[in-house]
Design a protein around this ligand. Structure first.
Ligand SMILES: [Zn+2]
Length: 58
């Protein structure tokens, strides 16, 4: 089982997409990407719950 997340699913105009074996790993990747590409989201305490709700199991 792997996990995937695509920035576009949040409505963001961003090609960022991630797939990892573990959910914690995925969240770490998304957090790093958010800090680099979406600083306004990185500071949002709801980021984790928003991302968590859009993660897909693949
Ligand atoms: Zn993005």
């Amino acid at each position: 089982m792997a996990y995937s997340f695509a920035c576009a699913d949040t409505g963001a105009d961003c090609p960022g997409a991630f797939a990892t074996e573990g959910k914690d790993e995925l969240m770490a990747h998304v957090q790093m990407h958010a800090q680099a590409a979406h600083p306004e989201l990185a500071g949002n305490p709801e980021l984790a719950s928003v991302v968590g709700g859009l993660v897909k199991q693949i």
